[in-house]
Ligand binder design. Structure first.
Ligand SMILES: [Zn+2]
Length: 238
């Protein structure tokens, strides 16, 4: 439903709510040579198939990268052979109202108690800012991560997507990847390597669609947030 002006979108079920679609906030990492990949994973690189400086009629690039470089959605296949692949991720999970909250960046397993009361009940998309991200050009040693139990409880409570600014929803040294499993078991999707440095805590509209790449364990996304009326009202207060 389009509300006042072509750039305002009223969210279904949120009476009087409107999102500022003309001013997206980009929460995607810049992908370039040198963007930190997970240690040992395939880094981003770019070559040129055709180059006008060499007499070609067009410029055409060719890229190589792990789909986990930069901001991306994992598919269940990432942690489970034979499971759902990138092109089949449920798009509706990646578009809709989302809530950003900030955690202290001390590496630890985060229990649900630490999050309680910090986001509205019924939140379907939760984005966690820890400050432990690749945004400054280095791969963090470790980061706080939601415990698998907390992820299980959140998914059971209707969470459809967990997004993190860290490189993984699990801790760096995790080999069981229990939080990945708990989210996927509960039908929730996940986003990793978000750049949440320039957004305040609070409600937004999230758009972060995976690409239609077949058979992969993950897909790059272009993730953006749109301000809602609550934040707009907050911004104009002295
Ligand atoms: Zn990943």
């Amino acid at each position: 439903m389009i509300g006042r002006g072509g750039d305002k979108l009223a969210a279904p079920g949120m009476a009087g709510n409107a999102w500022s679609l003309a001013t997206p906030v980009d929460i995607s990492m810049l992908v370039r040579p040198g963007t930190p990949e997970w240690p040992g994973d395939t880094p981003y690189s770019c070559g040129w198939t055709w180059d006008m400086a060499a007499g070609a009629t067009v410029q055409v690039s060719a890229i190589t990268m792990s789909p986990h470089v930069g901001t991306h959605a994992d598919a269940p296949l990432h942690v489970r052979p034979g499971a759902t692949t990138s092109e089949s991720l449920p798009l509706s999970a990646f578009v809709g109202p989302a809530y950003v909250i900030t955690l202290d960046g001390t590496p630890r397993d985060v229990a649900l108690e630490e999050l309680r009361g910090r986001y509205p009940s019924g939140t379907e998309r939760l984005l966690l800012r820890t400050g432990q991200s690749i945004a400054d050009g280095t791969f963090p040693d470790d980061w706080p991560a939601l415990s698998a139990h907390a992820a299980h409880l959140l998914a059971g409570d209707g969470l459809r997507l967990l997004g993190v600014d860290a490189p993984s929803v699990d801790r760096r040294q995790s080999t069981a990847l229990a939080t990945h499993h708990a989210l996927f078991d509960g039908g929730a999707q996940l986003l990793e390597n978000l750049d949440l440095r320039h957004v305040a805590d609070g409600p937004y509209l999230l758009v972060a669609l995976p690409l239609r790449l077949q058979g992969l364990d993950a897909s790059p996304v272009r993730a953006v947030l749109y301000d809602g009326p609550t934040r707009q009202a907050a911004n104009v207060r002295p």
